[in-house]
Design a protein around this ligand. Structure first.
Ligand code: ZN
Length: 166
């Protein structure tokens, strides 16, 4: 009898405060903006949500366990390196990504023109085709921390397929 692959779904959520004098980086893309995000690493809120989705799907804890913000090794880290580190570990165990769906919530900047660029880059970082990745952008409807421009959040959902259990 043919064995079906094992499927696992994972979700990730992240939030970072906006901060003047920082470069805004979303999905490893330097987005033109008069402010950036505060954080221990490069504060790439989208990649952090993606990392948590991958760790969640495979029951491997969360980003804080893998990259403690007290760790000198990951201070000002490139989040793309963090994502690659996690993904290589999962891929080595036979996991494949079926699809990844993401939402960035930001009152500013307007992310419409950036969505396809971010999508391509995230797909590239994970060795996927762009069709396997979707990046959505929402405003904060002028309410709450996102709507006031105090924070940017990101959510990610991923579906993984693994080797059938023998
Ligand atoms: Zn983060």
């Amino acid at each position: 009898m043919q064995k079906l692959p094992v499927f696992r779904v994972g979700e990730g959520h992240d939030v970072h405060r906006t901060a003047a004098g920082r470069q805004l980086i979303l999905g490893n893309i330097r987005v033109d903006c008069e402010f950036g995000l505060d954080g221990h690493s490069d504060a790439d809120v989208l990649l952090h949500a993606v990392i948590d989705a991958l760790l969640g799907a495979t029951g491997r804890g969360d980003i804080g366990e893998w990259f403690p913000n007290t760790s000198a090794e990951w201070k000002d880290a490139d989040s793309a390196d963090m994502l690659t580190h996690v993904w290589q570990s999962l891929a080595a165990d036979g996991w494949q990504i079926q699809n990844l769906d993401c939402t960035i919530s930001a009152e500013k900047p307007h992310l419409g023109p950036w969505k396809p660029i971010i999508r391509e880059r995230v797909a590239q970082l994970l060795g996927l085709s762009a069709e396997q990745v979707n990046v959505k952008a929402k405003s904060g409807e002028a309410v709450g921390p996102v709507g006031r421009g105090d924070a940017i959040t990101a959510d990610a959902v991923v579906l993984l397929a693994g080797k059938p259990k023998t």
